[in-house]
Design a protein around this ligand. Sequence first.
Ligand SMILES: Cc1cc2nc3c(=O)[nH]c(=O)nc-3n(C[C@H](O)[C@H](O)[C@H](O)COP(=O)(O)OP(=O)(O)OC[C@H]3O[C@@H](n4cnc5c(N)ncnc54)[C@H](O)[C@@H]3O)c2cc1C
Length: 415
Amino acid sequence: MPNKIIIIGAGVIGASTALALLKDGHRVTLIDQDAPCSGASSGNAGAIVNGSCAPTAMPGIIFDVIRMIGQPLSPLTIRPSYFLKILPWLLRFVLQSRSSAVYKNATHLHGLTQHAVKSWRQLTGHTELSSLLRETGWLKVYETKKKFASTSKSRELLDEMGTNYEVLSAAQIHDLEPNLAPIYKQGYIQNDSLSIVDPQRLVEGMVDLFVSRGGTYQQFGVDVINIDNGKVNVRGSNGNLTTDKAVIAAGAWSGSFAQQLGDSIPLDTERGYHLMLPQSTADLLNRPVVNGEYSFVLSPMTEGLRMTSQVEFAGLSAEPDYSRVRSLLPAVKNMLPDVEVREQSVWMGCRPSLPDSLPVLGFSRQSNKVLYAFGHHHLGMTLGAISGLIIADLVAGRKPLVPVSPYRPDRFSKL
Ligand SMILES: Cc1cc2nc3c(=O)[nH]c(=O)nc-3n(C[C@H](O)[C@H](O)[C@H](O)COP(=O)(O)OP(=O)(O)OC[C@H]3O[C@@H](n4cnc5c(N)ncnc54)[C@H](O)[C@@H]3O)c2cc1C
C-alpha cells in the first residue's frame, strides 16, 4: 500500500532512498537543512568500489593509530579537545580489530558492496546520470615492497570474499598511468569498480530526477521526531509535518534523531578533506589512484584533480583545519611530476562512521514506522544505490536483496 514517507537528509543515501521509494508508488518528501548534497556526498573521491570488504579496524590498528598520532603528514588526527569524547568510540573500534570481528565485518561489508555497481546501474540506467559514472577501476600504488606487503591482510580478505583484483608490477602501473612518477614498485587494481566524475552533480541530478518524477523536496532543518497515535511527527524550522513513515538518512547528524527514538547508536564522524587542483590537471590520470605511502587519493574529476585525505576526529562542529591537506602537496608533486600544485579550493566533510565499518539499515526499536539508513563511513558513494533499494524493500515488506540483520540498529547493545 502506498505510504506518505518523509526522508531526512538529501545526501547520496537520502537521494537513493527517495528514488527507490518513489518507484514503489509512495508519496515521498525529501528534506534537507541545506541545498541537496551539502554534506559528505559532495566532496568525496567518487569511487564506487565494488566488492570492497576490508573494514577500517584491521588487526594491529591500535599500533597504527599510536604511530600516526603526532606525525605531521599522518592521515589521522585527533583534536585534543575531542579526545575524551571519542575515547569510547575508539575503544569499540579497537575491539572490532580482533581477527574474528574483522572477518565478520568484512563478510557483511562485502554482502553490500558486491551489489554496488549493479545497483548503481539499476538506479542510473536510462538516465543522463549514467554518463557521470566511468569504468575505471580502483588503483592503489606503493613505493616500497614493504608497504605493499603490509596490505596482505586486506588482499587476503578480497581473496576470501571472491572480489576480483590484479597485482601489478612497476611496468604494469606505468602502462595504466604513464604520468605517475616511476617510483611505484607494486600495486593492485580492482577492475570492476567505477568512478564518479562529479559526485555533487550526480546527487543533485538524482534529486532533480526525484522531483521530476513527482517527489517533493523541502529545505528546512529538522529538530524533533516522534511517533504519536500511529503517525510520525517531524518538527523543525518549517513547522510540523505528519507522515506515515520516516527514514533517517542525515549522515553524521543522524545520531540525535535515533536518540530521540530511544536508540543509542555509537555514530561519530571521521572528518575528511579535499583539495582541488586546476582543471588542466584532470587529464594526468585515467582513474582514481590511492597513494599507499601517504594514504591520499588523487581522483580525476570534471572540475580538476581532487586530492582527498585524512581521518580527523573533532566532532561535527569544530572549524576545519586545512593545514594537513595542504602539507601533502609536495607528496602529490612527487607522485605526479607534471602536476600544477595550485590550490583551487579546499573542503571538509563528515563521514558518518560506526566502529564496525557497517552502516545501520533497519527499523527503529520503537516502531517500524521509522527506518534508519546512515553510517556509511568511507563507502557511502559505493553503497548509496544498494542502501536505497534495501530500505524500499523493508518499507514494502519484501525480502530485502541482502539480509539486514548484520546492519540492525541494536547490534551495539551487546558490546
Ligand atoms: C574525503 C572523503 C572521501 C570519500 N571518498 C569516498 C569514495 O571514494 N567512495 C565512497 O564510497 N565514499 C567515499 N566517502 C564517504 C562518503 O562520502 C559518505 O559515506 C557519504 O557521502 C555519506 O552520505 P550520507 O547521505 O549518509 O551523508 P551526507 O552526504 O552527509 O548527507 C546528510 C545530509 O543530511 C542533512 N542533514 C543533517 N542534519 C539535518 C537536519 N537536522 N535536518 C535536515 N537535514 C539534515 C545534511 O545537510 C546532509 O545534506 C568519502 C568521504 C570523505 C569525507
